[in-house]
Design a protein around this ligand. Sequence first.
Ligand SMILES: [Zn+2]
Ligand SMILES: [Zn+2]
Length: 335
Amino acid sequence: MHSAIFHGPGKPLILEDRPIPEPGAGQVLIKVGRCGICGSDVKMTDERSPVHFASGCTPGHEYAGEIAALGQGVSGLKVGDRVTALPVGGCGRCPSCLAGDPYACTACSYLMGGFAEYTLAQAAFVTRLPASLSLDDGALVEPLACGSQAMRLSGATPQSRILIMGAGPMGLAALYWARQMGCRSVALCATSRRNADRAMNMGATAFLEADDDLADRVTEALGAPADIVFECTGSVGAISRSVDLVSARGTVVSSGMCFDAEPFTAGPATMKQVRLQFSMAYVLSDFHRAIDAFDAGHVEPRAMVSEQIALSALPAKLESLRSRHAGCKIMVKPD
Ligand SMILES: [Zn+2]
Ligand SMILES: [Zn+2]
C-alpha cells in the first residue's frame, strides 16, 4: 500500500510502498477514504518546531474509512462498516480508557497512519458513521471533537459572550459548538479575511481583523468584553493577548498548541482572576456528539473543506503549507 512516511524534521514526507498492516488483538484495519491535514501535521514535521513526530511514522489523524479486517476479540464491528476513530491506542483497562479518554492513559500511543491506504485503530475507540455522513463528514469528526472538548472545558453557557482567536479549522470548530449551544454573541478574530465568509456562514456574529484597537472593537461587537476567549492560533504571545481581551473573572481556553516559549506576565491575569484552561483532543463522547450533530442535519462544518487532493500530492502540499495557507481544511484521498 502507499503510505506517506515522515523521515525527520525539515524533510518532505515520502510516499513509500509498505505492507498492509495486520490488525492485532482488539484492533481493526481501516481502508482510509479521507484524511484531513491538520495544522499539527505541518508543525510537527517542521524543522523550526522543537517537537516532532517520531521518524518513520505515517502521520494523519483525521480520517474516515471502511473496516477491512478485524483483529482477535473484536466484537460489535464488522468488515465494510464505515467508521472514524480516535487515532490513538491505550491499555484498554484503566479508568481513562474505560471512560473513552485514552489520551490520559499512561500507555497512550499515537497510531495515526491516516496518510496511507490502510491504517490500524483500536476497536474500542472506533465509531460507526450513520449513512447520512459522507467520508468528508467523517474526517471532520476529529477536528470538530477537538472543538467540542474545548467548549465543554470552557464552561460556556448560552449567555456567554465569546471571542475566538483564529479562523482556521480549530477556531471554526469552536464557533460551531458555540452556535450549537445557542450563544448569540460569537466574534471571530483573525489576521486575514481568508476564512471570513466561512465564519459568517457558520454563524459568527462578527468577524474582526486583528489590529491595535481590537479590545474596543471586541467590546463593540459583543456588547461587553468577552466572557470566554478561545485561543486557536498557537502563535507566540497569543495567551497574553487573550488574557488582555477577556473580561475580569473570564476564561481563556488555549487549544492552539504553541511549542515555542510564551512570554507571559501573570500580573494582568491575576488582577482579572482569569481562569486559564488548556485543551487538546477529546474523549470518545466528543466524537459521538459531532456525529450526532451531523446526523441531525447541522452540517455547516462542510463549509470548512476547501480542497481535496490525492495522497500522491500530499508531500508537496504539506511543504507549500509551511509558507502559505490559501484554504481551510484540505482532505487527502488515497489514489
Ligand atoms: Zn488535528
Ligand atoms: Zn488505559
